[in-house]
Design a protein around this ligand. Structure first.
Ligand code: SAM
Length: 251
């Protein structure tokens, strides 16, 4: 018998995603524009500015959660943005933001997105008018459906199993048509985490070499960069944020 008992890995399906703590998650991460949000927004805005305004027919935000800024960023180039999300709590929040108007706390995020990309609509509600909220998860993705796909803090934050992390990233990559492009952000080396005083959510610590190993078989022009750890956020045990862009190969 080993001295320390190895606990079983927790998988994506072991968790009640419907119970995601939307209010505490927003309070900890998105009620203020943190330095790491600025870093992600600058990176992703550069990604979307390579396309003509309105030049993308259909784009994906995988595991959108209650985070509106990736949806804002896609609205310059994207004519239709699918926000795919499994959690009832997150779906309710997203639908309320689209129906009744976004919370005021999102305005500084939109001001930055629009300052970087003048192709964005004049107002945040107009930008969100391009979003369709869709119930589902990575397992529901069809291959080659999207012109671009975006994923932020999802594959590494929803399972402790590296093999499952790999499958989620693979489904994400394959959802894009040949020649289409991917953009993503990952917490670097983050172990399983709590939001506020709530339960522990499963995570899989990843670094740049793990991302390269997982995405290289499915992509070309793979680029990974990093943002320094953001000490204005709660201590999640991460060492920073990893940012990725890549392209699906043409046959
Ligand atoms: C840490 S949150 C990140 C939310 C958001 N993308 C953000 O930028 O803050 C992880 C999200 O992944 C969603 N999720 C969990 N399992 C998933 C799966 N198998 N496929 C897609 N999304 C999933 C959760 O419901 C949650 O919204």
């Amino acid at each position: 018998m080993p001295a320390t008992r190895r606990t079983a890995l927790r998988h994506n399906g072991d968790v009640d995603w419907d119970a995601w703590p939307v209010g505490p998650y927003l309070a900890e991460n998105y009620r203020l524009l943190h330095p790491c949000d600025r870093g992600v927004i600058h990176h992703h805005s550069r990604f979307y500015r390579q396309f003509a305004p309105g030049g993308l027919t259909r784009t994906l935000e995988l595991g959108a959660g209650p985070n509106l800024y990736p949806l804002m960023l896609a609205a310059g180039a994207g004519r239709r943005i699918d926000a795919l999300e499994p959690s009832a709590a997150n779906l309710a929040y997203l639908r309320s933001q689209l129906t009744y108007g976004p919370d005021d706390s999102w305005e500084p995020f939109y001001a930055l997105c629009r300052a970087l990309d003048p192709a964005l609509p004049a107002t945040l509600p107009e930008a969100l008018g391009r979003v369709r909220v869709v119930r589902g998860d990575a397992g529901d993705l069809d291959e080659g459906r999207y012109d671009t796909a975006s994923m932020n803090f999802v594959a590494e934050s929803v399972t402790e199993d590296f093999a499952e992390f790999t499958s989620l990233c693979t489904a994400f990559a394959r959802s894009v048509r040949p020649g289409g492009r991917l953009v993503a952000a990952f917490m670097e080396r983050m172990p399983s985490y709590r939001i506020g005083a709530g339960p522990v959510w499963p995570a899989c610590p990843v670094d740049e070499s793990a991302l390269r190993a997982v995405f290289a078989p499915h992509t070309v022009s793979l680029r990974v960069s990093r943002l320094a750890k953001d000490h204005t956020l709660p201590e999640y045990g991460d060492t920073g944020v990893l940012l990725l862009t890549a392209q699906r190969p043409c046959p």
